[in-house]
Design a protein. Structure first.
Length: 294
């Protein structure tokens, strides 16, 4: 069973990469925006991997697994991430493996499901928790509350946690958009900086750690104290909106779609226009307040 961040059914949107070895933390510390030394206590953290120009290659979720560090990445980028990370391994004691079987995840988003998790001792009492079975649960409560649970297939079985009442991929994508959490796939990789995706607002960047790939661009943007273009949530009735489609202010193109699910979309647009409706495919895109401060 492959790992799918939103549901263990159909074609999974996400997969798991396991990083093992004495130098695993050092390798990731030099590549990711997140401070790896915080992972053991936090259990799970959001992060990004940037290229040398500070553009996001992929967004990922770090997992503190029993004998390794897990990277949950979009399925469309998993092969490229493994290949590129391997180039940085050099002679260090690190193994980088794509996990094809034995791991799974689910997402739930209703009160009954939360009650069942609580009864099974799986409901996090903080942002993240590990159960007695080794499952890692991440609680997203900034907007519409939903919980993602990651772990081995055996752990799911021993916990008696079935796949009923899980969110579909589309439902989970909608909830992530409403929470202001972007996804980067093969369609929009290496197009946006971390600040454009609001990663500084959702805890995916450490500004206290040492150098990492793309760090100069990220630090310079932070020290300037502003990012003129940022992620914003919009709602639109237009049909056939796709990632990369342009939003306009009726005079010129001012932004592009990052993610779309039903009527909800995330787009990087000028901050100065975030309180205005924009146009996409001859339809109106109305701004929706994000659950965090920009």
């Amino acid at each position: 069973m492959k790992v799918g961040v939103c549901a263990c059914r159909g074609d999974n949107l996400y997969e798991l990469i396991q990083i093992r070895g004495n130098d695993a933390g050092e390798l990731l510390q030099g590549q990711l925006t997140q401070d790896i030394t915080d992972l053991e206590a936090a259990l799970s953290l959001p992060a990004a991997w940037c290229n040398a120009k500070g553009r996001v290659i992929t967004l990922l979720r770090l997992l503190a697994l029993q004998d390794s560090i897990g990277l949950v990445v979009p399925a469309s980028l998993v092969d490229a991430v493994v290949q590129k990370l391997t180039l940085y391994r050099l002679r260090s004691d690190v193994s980088i493996e794509r996990v094809d079987e034995g791991w799974a995840s689910i997402a739930v988003g209703d009160t009954d499901a939360f009650d069942r998790l609580d009864a099974a001792g799986l409901l996090p009492d903080a942002d993240c928790a590990r159960s007695a079975h080794g499952l890692i649960a991440v609680d997203y409560s900034a907007a519409d509350r939903f919980i993602e649970i990651f772990g081995s297939s055996d752990a799911f079985s021993s916990a008696g946690l079935g796949l009923e009442s899980t969110l579909s991929d589309e439902q989970c994508a909608t909830m992530k958009i409403r929470a202001g959490l972007a996804d980067i796939t093969s369609e929009n990789t290496e197009k946006f900086t971390p600040h454009m995706l609001n990663l500084d607002r959702v805890g995916a960047i450490s500004f206290d750690k040492g150098c990492y790939t793309g760090q100069e661009v990220v630090a310079r943007t932070e020290h300037l104290g502003q990012s003129k273009r940022r992620l914003m949530h919009y709602r639109c009735d237009a049909r056939h909106i796709a990632i990369g489609d342009k939003l306009s202010d009726d005079e010129r193109d001012v932004g592009s779609v990052v993610n779309i699910s039903g009527k909800d979309l995330l787009a990087v647009t000028p901050v100065a226009l975030h309180d205005r409706s924009l146009t996409i495919n001859d339809a109106t895109a109305t701004p929706v307040p994000l659950p965090y401060r920009l």
